[in-house]
Ligand binder design. Structure first.
Ligand code: URA
Length: 428
């Protein structure tokens, strides 16, 4: 059967700064998924979109076409509300781990279909895979069973959801067209809408360790995604949150699991607790429980019980010792002073170079690798005090990790650390 359009004509519309008509969008996304439009042609179109942008209705149609490229899920048979969270990704961002069981402990189903990390931001599945026995790949039946009880699941997204996005995201990754608001917004929201959650809270990061370094861009991304979600009938809000400094004190897979368990036990670093509670309030409010006492679920062990049950339901042993790296290297302060910089990007890249992240999709990650910070921004330190510890299985990785981390950590005599607000704004 003849194709409806010639892809060269579709590319030309966007190359010349025009608006893609609905039928062009529907066809090009479908034809790319079928393999009729070649990678090099889609790459040209993605670059034209990168350069000339898209109007809101175009982004909505593009998102819808990507949703229609695959299956959609339906959680209505669970008989309880569903709430989901998506973070645009950051360094030390382990929030999903305490958040999902916390929210599920209030009777709300939390389907967290997650990904593996690429580049300096870690992936939620890589973190959980540090737990002995835990598995990310579940059948749809297993997913539904665990969502009934204990009520939350963190697993790999099946290949059936938005396959057009899967292909396009891999192509964007190798053609320098990732950091483009229409393409990021449609990519994230096509998967979230196809997943079929009732409500969605977006954690849009801003700062050196985030996709969006610039606050105005992060705001525009958040606004675009919130509008896309609402138009599709998903109750969506976004928090704009700081990613100039890593979240918490641990970066790296097993290290972040350990810190998440501390939060579930009622402790943990203040910024991780603050963000977990804020996101939990948003999710519970959207699920009809605006007055839920979220601190209580951490203090009384309810969230921890749900965590243990979730890990067991996915084959993991929550009591098992977490893997540790074979080698460690401490970095100490070379003078007295105040910690005025802990740069998220520098530390994220350092952790990645130690083996906690991957450069290519097929690379393995080290469960024990990463960075443990012993100080926070604004802390006063004395000469010789430990600032951070590098962890890795390969000693020869220390040098490259230090090249990245050392310029990102500053101790200044009589220095003053910049003010840090973890939650910058709420966009609804
Ligand atoms: N995450 C996604 O799923 N897609 C993007 O385009 C960027 C981040």
């Amino acid at each position: 059967m003849a194709e409806k359009f010639d892809v060269v004509d579709v590319i030309k519309v966007k190359r010349d700064g025009g608006v893609l008509p609905d039928d062009h969008i529907d066809w090009v996304v479908d034809a790319y998924t079928r393999g009729v439009v070649a990678d090099e042609q889609m790459a040209a179109l993605a670059m034209a979109i990168f350069i000339n942008g898209m109007e809101r209705p175009e982004i909505a149609r593009w998102t819808d076409a990507m949703i229609r490229s695959g299956e959609t899920m339906d959680f209505s048979s669970l008989g309880k509300p569903t709430a989901d969270k998506h973070s645009t990704g950051g360094v030390g961002d382990k929030i999903t781990l305490p958040l999902a069981p916390l929210v599920a402990s209030y009777g709300v189903a939390v389907p967290q279909l997650s990904g593996r990390g690429l580049g300096h931001t870690g992936g939620t599945l890589d973190k959980l895979e540090a737990i002995p026995g835990w598995r990310a790949d579940l059948t749809n039946d297993e997913l539904m069973t665990i969502l009934r009880d204990p009520g939350c699941v963190i697993c790999a997204a099946g290949t059936g959801l938005a396959p057009a996005d899967k292909k396009l995201y891999a192509l964007r990754d190798i053609t320098s067209t990732v950091d483009c608001i229409p393409l990021i917004a449609s990519s994230i929201m096509s998967k979230k809408i196809a997943e079929g959650t009732d409500s969605l809270v977006l954690d849009v990061k801003v700062g050196s360790g985030a996709f969006m370094k610039d606050e105005a861009m992060a705001r525009e991304l958040a606004r675009t995604m919130v509008d896309l979600g609402k138009d599709a009938g998903v109750d969506t809000v976004a928090l704009l949150t700081d990613m100039s400094v890593p979240l918490g004190r641990c970066i790296g897979n097993a290290l972040e699991v350990r810190e998440s368990v501390e939060v579930l036990a009622g402790g943990g670093p203040e910024d991780v607790v603050e963000l977990t509670l804020a996101l939990a309030r948003e999710m519970l409010s959207a699920a009809g429980q605006p007055d839920a006492d979220v601190e209580k679920a951490l203090a009384d062990g309810r969230a921890m019980d749900t965590w243990n049950a979730m890990i067991r339901a996915q084959g993991g042993d929550p009591e098992a010792a977490l893997p540790t790296a074979r080698h460690t290297h401490d970095v100490v302060a070379d003078a007295d002073g105040v910690v005025t910089e802990l740069d998220a990007l520098a530390l994220g890249v350092g952790s990645w170079r130690l083996g906690a992240g991957r450069a290519r999709k097929e690379d393995p990650v080290q469960a024990g690798a990463g960075i443990e910070l012993h100080v926070g921004l604004g802390d006063t330190v004395t000469k010789g005090q430990k600032l951070f510890t590098l962890h890795t299985d390969d000693e020869d990785r220390f040098e490259r990790a230090l090249e990245s981390t050392l310029p990102g950590v500053a101790v200044e005599a009589d220095g003053v650390a910049p003010e840090r607000k973890v939650i910058i704004d709420r966009i609804s």
